[in-house]
Design a protein around this ligand. Structure first.
Ligand code: NAD
Ligand code: TYD
Length: 344
């Protein structure tokens, strides 16, 4: 939305821009807007960071390999590039990994966010969008929706670390008049998603006739949103959101996991016998459902991509980009930085 008073970012820092949503956001800026800001991506390139996601734009943006917990590097990156706005995606993002070991979640998601806030404040950054998640609200029963005023009640160590970072951002707004805004989005799907998350895992397993592991009874509900819609919502918040506010972002598209898995199998012409019900995730949140009426009412954003078209396009993308996910599976994607960037 480009209202007359819309903020126009000139020099954006995208943290976690080599990950799934961050890279799709950078692509969105290049392809779907006429803003033409200079873009700096700061990313540690953990297992989830894949610079091949942005290979189409090599040379058109600045890449800094580094950790958001590294205060000196973050300070230098923001001041040297004269960053005016930050969109903060960098995080450890997978619930199952946070159950296996959560220290790095606390480090990156909480301490890393704190480092960024300090550096942003020191350097007069004008807008800071903190990309958070609906998982901070915990789990819903069969009915009801998360609104921005719901209490924070996270279940997993991942969600708890995101909730903590949200609170630190809010404290900076209140204490220091910091220009922070928070978005809380539902589950994303789309191209370039690391195949550990439900949809790409099921698609890539089905291709290879491997079992599809469904946790528990498969009746857990998530509200799915295409990553391009998420990117549009984040840009809307960056440009027109009110400092200090939280904006829920959702797809109005609640589905049970098992429905999605069966839809993927049907689309690929694969048998349901590939489904394997496995031991449930500990403390598995039953249902997430977002009330996204505030961002629609106040900023005019709503999802543009229906789940039917989005999931069909996503399945097709994984079909047509087998080399992308094969290189992820073999680990070859991790050599891209050394091949393309290390000697620049
Ligand atoms: P992702 O795991 O695909 O990508 C995370 C990126 O952050 C990677 O490129 C990784 O290398 C980078 N990173 C991790 N630790 C870092 C560190 N210490 N310093 C610098 N870079 C680091 O995650 P995603 O799915 O793209 O999620 C992006 C953001 O959106 C996260 O903050 C997540 O909490 C939030 N979110 C995700 C979803 C979803 O469905 N995936 C939904 C709502 C909100
Ligand atoms: P996931 O993609 O990990 O996202 P989140 O836990 O952040 O919502 O999981 C989405 C849902 O799919 C969640 O209810 C757990 C379930 N799930 C499975 O049933 N099997 C799997 O192998 C995975 C990764 C997830």
């Amino acid at each position: 939305m480009n209202s007359p008073q819309a903020y126009s970012p000139k020099r954006i820092l995208v943290t976690g821009g080599a990950g799934f949503i961050g890279s799709n956001f950078v692509r969105y800026l290049f392809e779907k807007t006429s803003l033409n800001p200079s873009i700096t991506v700061l990313d540690k390139l953990t297992y989830a960071g894949n610079l091949e996601n942005l290979a189409d734009y090599d040379g058109k943006y600045t890449f800094v390999k580094g950790d958001i917990c590294d205060a000196e590097l973050v300070e230098k990156t923001i001041s040297e590039s004269q960053i005016d706005s930050i969109v903060h995606f960098a995080a450890e993002s997978h619930v199952d990994r946070s159950i296996l070991g959560s220290k790095v979640f606390t480090e990156t998601n909480i301490l890393g966010t704190h480092v960024l806030l300090e550096a942003a404040r020191n350097n007069g950054v004008e807008r800071f969008v903190h990309v958070s998640t609906d998982e901070v609200y915990g789990s819903l029963g069969e009915t009801g929706y998360f609104t921005e005023t719901n209490p924070i009640d996270p279940t997993s160590p991942y969600a708890a670390s995101k909730a903590a970072s949200d609170l630190i951002v809010q404290s900076y707004v209140k204490t220091h008049g910091f220009p922070g805004l928070i978005t809380r989005c539902s589950n994303n799907y789309g191209p370039y998603q690391f195949p550990e998350k439900l949809i790409p895992l099921m698609i890539t397993n089905a291709f290879r006739d491997k079992e599809l592991p469904v946790y528990g009874d498969g009746r857990n509900v998530r509200d799915w949103l295409h990553t391009d819609d998420h990117g549009a919502a984040i840009l809307t918040v960056l440009q027109t959101g009110k400092v200090g506010e939280v904006y829920n972002i959702g797809g109005n598209n609640e589905m049970r996991n098992i429905e999605i898995v069966k839809l993927i199998l049907k689309t690929l012409g694969k048998p349901e016998s590939l489904i394997k019900f496995v031991k449930d995730r500990p403390a598995h949140d039953k249902r997430y459902a977002i009330d996204a009426s505030k961002i629609k009412r106040e900023l005019g954003w709503e999802p543009a991509i229906t789940f039917e078209e989005g999931i069909a396009a996503t399945i097709e993308w994984y079909q047509q980009n087998e080399s992308w996910w094969q290189r992820v599976m073999t680990g070859e994607y991790q050599s891209y930085y050394n091949e393309q960037y290390a000697n620049r």
